[in-house]
Design a protein around this ligand. Structure first.
Ligand SMILES: [Zn+2]
Length: 342
């Protein structure tokens, strides 16, 4: 089968790879759609060696597919099921997994779960990572679930009050999903960041206001505060940059809940700012509520398909990453990789 493997930073090749085999708790998927995501771009570039320690490696996260085989212990999915997948493997047995908080699995073996290898024709995943798609959720929809799942996890920490404005900092793949999710849950949204088509797509995902950037790392907090005098109380950072986290602190209202999804070098706030404004700062590690995200799509409340600007076959995966990381990436939305026929 064909597989997209990384052989070094920015060195992505389509190669012939052995078919995966299911262990007792696994399922084999025929991958139908793959929509590269921020983490995939970071893995592809591997700046500072933070994401990949040994090459070659498979990668990818936001996928949909069809189950083609299951292990002996698997009862949750069957051959032929259309499915999406959580990004993080987990034990399924610990106290957090039993509560559904699978992204905070307590088993040390899953604190740094093995990187998914799904940019390929067939992939092995834990069956417990999979959710069966409602009939009216397409493979395209399901391959863009990550940002919505992340938003639902952040939501539990932001706890917006009824009608409260939510700020989403960063308008990439996760940001678009988060904007659409916050709108679906009935909240006004200010989206912050982006240039080119990326800011326009934030509008299409339902943002009431978009504050785009004119230059890289521009401080736009004054423009946000003009829209939200007194600051914003519920803030989700999706850019995983120092710029993004700085914007969060600058626009934070007294009592604000700030949720960061990436790992910036440091938090740009003094202890006094945190105390004086009684800020609550949360980390959010991917998410776990795949079924909730699928219900929002099935109910017609979220449609991220307008963010798809390119559609390419698996053979052109290297070109997709060149587009996503190239000088004109500001005019690239989601790239949908048609790995196999729906
Ligand atoms: Zn666990």
């Amino acid at each position: 089968m064909k597989a997209g493997l990384l052989f070094g930073p920015g060195d992505l090749r389509i190669v012939d790879a052995p078919m995966p085999e299911a262990g007792p708790d696994d399922a084999i998927l025929r991958i139908v759609r793959l929509a590269p995501y921020g983490t995939d771009i970071a893995t592809y570039l591997n700046k500072g060696g933070r994401y990949v320690s040994a090459y070659p490696t498979g990668f990818g996260a936001d996928i949909s597919g069809v189950v083609t085989a299951v292990g002996a212990n698997v009862t949750s999915v069957r051959v032929g099921d259309r499915v999406s997948a959580l990004a993080l493997a987990h034990c399924g047995r610990c106290a957090n997994c039993r509560k559904g908080r699978t992204n905070l699995c307590l088993d040390p073996a899953f604190r740094m779960p093995p990187r998914m290898a799904v940019a390929q024709e067939f992939a092995r995943l834990q069956a417990r990572q999979l959710a069966i798609l409602p009939d009216n959720v397409s493979f395209d929809d399901a391959a863009m679930l990550g940002g919505i799942v992340d938003l639902l996890n952040a939501w539990d920490k932001m706890r917006p009050e009824i009608g409260e404005t939510v700020a989403i900092v960063g308008v990439g793949a996760m940001g678009w999903g988060a904007i659409a999710g916050a709108r679906a849950l009935g909240h006004p949204v200010i989206a912050i960041g982006g240039t080119g088509i990326r800011a326009a797509l934030a509008h299409r995902c339902g943002a009431d206001h978009v504050v785009p950037l004119r230059v890289h790392d521009e401080d736009v907090s004054d423009q946000v505060l003009a829209l939200a005098p007194g600051g914003v109380g519920a803030i989700m950072e999706t850019s995983a940059t120092d710029w993004g986290v700085k914007q969060c602190f600058r626009i934070a209202a007294p009592g604000a809940r700030i949720v960061t999804t990436g790992a910036p070098g440091s938090l740009p706030a003094s202890g006094w700012e945190v105390v004086g404004k009684e800020l609550a700062i949360f980390g959010s590690r991917a998410g776990h509520n795949q079924e909730g995200a699928l219900r929002l799509i099935a109910a017609g409340k979220i449609d991220l398909k307008p963010t798809i600007t390119h559609r390419l076959p698996l053979d052109d995966l290297p070109e997709a990453f060149s587009l996503l990381t190239g000088s004109d990436s500001r005019n690239v939305g989601r790239i949908m990789i048609d790995v196999s026929a729906a």
